[in-house]
Ligand binder design. Structure first.
Ligand SMILES: CC(=O)SCCNC(=O)CCNC(=O)[C@H](O)C(C)(C)COP(=O)(O)OP(=O)(O)OC[C@H]1O[C@@H](n2cnc3c(N)ncnc32)[C@H](O)[C@@H]1OP(=O)(O)O
Ligand SMILES: O=C([O-])CC(=O)C(=O)O
Length: 382
């Protein structure tokens, strides 16, 4: 038996969490974590949030160009025509335990879509299909859980407007539609985050795009990634009043518990999406009358930035997005699914880019156990 140090090669480098390891070159998304800047295909996230639409951003991410008027109209029509989901998915949603985790349900229904897709369409066409149908799945399950019937998609509405229409059964106001559109734009891609990496690992084996997206959903489900939004909102609800914030935050930090919606592997300052979402949370909570939650969030931000800012820990996208989703009518358990409905664009764009120059993703582990042990027959073991 050899002690492990004799055969661990000195050149092996352990990068816990794969920090600072690049797995591909990309022209899709650029993050400047020091300055808090984010660009999709070179365009600032601030400009896209203000001036673009989710459909246009999807086209941009997938096709690497802003569409002209004719291209955008055709693309929007193609997306709108694909919103209906197969009857077997609606039957499944009506049958399953209503308390099922919505991310598990989304994962299963995407898998059902993959099983049913026998077409020879390419990955771009499949990506449009997935992006168009996912809101129908989410809102149908949301309504079924509340004892309501699903609302049929309306192809005359924009992606964001139809999403809210299928959720509530009411056409959204201008401010609701714009808020939803912006929230979807902001979540569409984020370079090599954990869920996108999961998608790439699967794609690199030359598996199919549905399988990749299922991997992405599975990784996004965790509270360190896409479910931090619902955890943050639950924290605001638990605190209950701005007067309770100070005690809550200090207690939590003194117990070394993390504040959900804070901190990021890449951003060491404000995540620019959090700044944009803060202004939309401000507007939408004024309209919806849940100002108290916004004031709680602002107070947490103020105190936590004061305590954690010197460590480079600031609000991330998940800090205000939950409050925005909640104000738009989504239940907290569904927040990660809304995130996924937008991120599917980034997952598929990153997968298609990777497949242009594929190489199997196969990192390594540094073995620290023993080798050449003598096998002990079971009757001789203590
Ligand atoms: C869409 C997204 O995925 S955005 C991220 C959503 N996730 C969250 O909001 C969950 C809360 N945040 C976190 O857990 C982390 O900041 C992560 C997972 C996002 C990033 O983690 P990493 O880059 O691996 O940082 P790591 O976990 O090594 O933490 C570094 C230090 O910052 C501290 N820290 C990190 N995040 C937080 C937080 N939210 N609250 C308090 N302290 C924190 C850690 O305790 C650690 O402190 P130490 O060095 O004194 O032990
Ligand atoms: O980039 C990350 O690690 C997490 C994140 O903010 C995202 O996926 O939007």
């Amino acid at each position: 038996m050899l002690p492990s140090r004799d055969y661990v090669r000195v050149l092996d480098v352990l990068r816990k969490g794969l920090e600072d390891i690049a797995v591909k070159e990309t022209s899709i998304t650029y993050i400047d974590g020091k300055m808090g800047r984010l660009f999709y295909r070179g365009y600032s996230i601030f400009d896209l949030a203000e001036l673009s639409s989710f459909e246009e951003v999807s086209f941009l991410l997938w096709k690497n160009k802003l569409p002209n008027i004719r291209e955008l109209e055709t693309f929007k029509k193609t997306m709108a025509e694909q919103r209906e989901v197969p009857g077997q998915i609606l039957e499944y949603l009506a049958k399953i335990d209503p308390s099922s985790n919505p991310m598990d349900v989304l994962r299963t229904t995407v898998s059902m879509m993959g099983t049913a897709d026998r077409s020879d369409s390419d990955n771009f066409e499949k990506s449009i299909r997935l992006t168009s149908k996912i809101p129908t799945i989410i809102t149908s399950f949301h309504r079924i859980r509340a004892g309501l019937s699903p609302v049929q998609p309306d192809s005359s509405l924009t992606h964001a407007s139809n999403f809210l229409y299928m959720l509530t059964g009411q056409k959204p106001s201008e401010v609701e539609e714009k808020t939803m559109d912006v929230v979807l734009i902001l979540h569409a891609d984020h370079e090599m985050n954990a869920s996108t990496f999961a998608c790439l690992v699967i794609a690199s084996t030359l598996s199919d795009i549905y399988s990749s997206v299922i991997g992405g959903i599975s990784a996004l489900k965790g509270p360190l990634h896409g479910a931090a939004n619902s955890e943050a909102l639950k924290m605001f609800l638990e605190i209950g009043s701005p007067d309770n914030v100070e005690e809550y935050v200090y207690k939590r930090l003194s117990r070394k518990e993390r504040l959900m919606g804070f901190g990021h592997r890449i951003y060491k300052t404000y995540d620019p999406r959090a700044l944009i979402l803060r202004s939309y949370a401000d507007k939408i909570t004024s309209v919806k009358g849940n100002r108290n939650l916004y004031e709680i969030a602002r107070k947490i931000e103020e105190i936590a930035v004061r305590s954690l800012g010197q460590k480079g820990i600031y609000p991330n996208v998940d800090f205000y997005s939950g409050l925005v989703f909640y104000s738009l009518g989504f239940s907290p358990e569904f927040f990660p699914t809304v995130f996924a409905s937008s991120r599917v664009v980034g997952w598929t764009a990153q997968v298609m880019e990777y497949l242009n120059d594929n190489r199997l993703i196969r990192p390594k582990a540094i073995y620290v156990g023993d080798i050449e042990k003598s096998y002990v027959p079971i009757e001789d073991r203590s």
